[in-house]
Each structure stands twice: as structure tokens, then as C-alpha cells.
Design a protein around this ligand. Structure first.
Ligand SMILES: Cc1cc2nc3c(=O)[nH]c(=O)nc-3n(C[C@H](O)[C@H](O)[C@H](O)COP(=O)(O)OP(=O)(O)OC[C@H]3O[C@@H](n4cnc5c(N)ncnc54)[C@H](O)[C@@H]3O)c2cc1C
Length: 182
């Protein structure tokens, strides 16, 4: 569970008037974008809705409008994070066992660009700082899988979540667990 102790920088305009709450219902700081609006990808859905004053939607279908898709909400910081880690670890699981120089360069470029475009801007800022201090290891699949696991663990630590045993990264993201481990 997220608590007030989680130290997440708020780099909005810093002037939270009465209409711009500093804390959300979860106890986390509300993160604002540079334009002063609550950042959807940086907050939980609950906090985002509180900060925008959005009223709960009444579910149901519109007359004369039929769709096969559920009306899912855009992702909040947790759903976006979960999906992105799934993508990143899956990329590591399919990375070449021995990467060529050009494949290594591609992966480094990807990580640098990722740090510029990840929608949760304060997550991206910390991730970019992490990359600066811990150069990505991209020579082999094992190197990259473990580096990514460590990077994920640094976020887990920041959020007060348990550390993942990086000896198990390949079971979680590539090979699957042995029968007796399930
Ligand atoms: C680059 C990045 C930076 C982020 N920064 C922030 C932030 O600053 N603040 C914030 O609130 N949220 C941040 N997030 C989101 C956050 O990391 C979580 O994704 C989110 O809180 C949901 O957590 P979860 O408990 O569902 O599991 P997640 O952390 O999303 O993990 C998904 C699954 O990955 C596995 N796993 C866990 N740890 C590891 C590991 N070390 N190696 C391999 N597999 C692992 C587990 O099976 C877990 O169920 C970030 C996400 C990303 C991708």
C-alpha cells in the first residue's frame, strides 16, 4: 500500500491552491504536469479523479451505439508501470544470447529514448538518472536481463516494495517456473 512516506518529487508549478490538492486519497502526493493539470500517468486513478474533481461515471451503453470494447480508463501510474515492466522484461527475454555491436547500440538508444518519452515524467526522470549512474549492460541476454531486474528493484526500493531475486528473472519472464515451484 502506498503511504505518505513515499518520497516522490512534485515538479509541478509548486503553487497548490485550494483547488489543487497536494495529497490524494491514497496518501500519495498529487503530481501535476507543467501546465498545472494533474498528470494522469503519474497518479493513481483514484487520486487523479480526486484532483480533477471528476464524478464517477455511470456505466451502461449509449442507445444506438454498440461496441465490442469495454470502456476501460486510460492507464494510471500503476497499470502503466505493470504493463511497461512486462514489455521491458519480455524484451530482455527475447534479446540475443550474444548481441552484436549494432544490437547493443540499438538497445542503448532505445533505453535513452524510453527515458525521454515514458508518460510518467517523474518516473522517467529517475529512470534516466539510474541509467546515467548504472550504464546498461547489453552484451548478452543474461547481462541485460539482470541489469533490468536491478533497475526494476531500484524502483521497488523507492516504493517500499519487496526486492525481486534477480537469479529468478528468467523463470519469471522467459522459461516459466518448475512444477514444484507453483
Ligand atoms: C521505468 C519505470 C519507472 C517507474 N517509476 C515509478 C515511480 O517513480 N513511482 C511510482 O509510483 N511508480 C513507478 N513505476 C511503476 C511501478 O514500478 C510499478 O509498476 C507499479 O507500482 C505497479 O506495481 P506492481 O506491484 O503491480 O508490480 P510491478 O513493479 O509493476 O512488477 C510487475 C511484476 O514484475 C515482477 N517483478 C517485480 N520486480 C521485479 C524485478 N526487479 N525484476 C524482474 N521482475 C520483477 C513481479 O512478478 C511483478 O508482479 C515505474 C515503472 C517503470 C516501468
Amino acid at each position: 500500500m502506498m503511504t505518505k512516506e513515499i518520497n516522490q518529487e512534485n515538479e509541478g508549478d509548486g503553487s497548490h491552491g485550494p483547488q489543487k490538492p497536494a495529497l490524494g486519497l491514497t496518501g500519495r502526493k498529487i503530481i501535476y504536469d507543467k501546465d498545472g493539470k494533474p498528470c494522469r500517468a503519474c497518479n493513481t486513478l483514484l487520486d487523479f479523479k480526486m484532483a480533477t474533481g471528476a464524478k464517477p461515471k455511470v456505466s451502461g451503453t449509449f442507445p444506438g451505439f454498440s461496441t465490442a470494447y469495454a470502456k476501460d480508463e486510460p492507464p494510471d501510474v500503476e497499470q502503466l508501470g505493470r504493463s511497461t515492466w512486462t514489455f521491458l522484461h519480455s524484451v530482455a527475454a527475447s534479446y540475443p544470447e550474444e548481441a552484436s555491436i549494432s544490437q547493443q547500440e540499438d538497445m542503448k538508444s532505445f533505453l535513452n529514448i524510453f527515458g525521454k518519452i515514458y508518460p510518467c515524467w517523474f518516473c522517467a526522470k529517475d529512470f534516466t538518472k539510474y541509467i546515467g549512474e548504472n550504464q546498461p549492460k547489453v552484451k548478452t541476454q543474461e547481462d541485460f536481463g539482470r541489469w533490468l531486474c536491478d533497475a526494476h528493484n531500484s524502483v521497488n526500493k523507492k516504493l517500499g516494495k519487496p526486492q525481486f531475486d534477480c537469479n529468478l528473472w528468467k523463470k519469471r519472464w522467459k522459461d516459466g517456473w518448475d512444477e514444484e515451484e507453483n
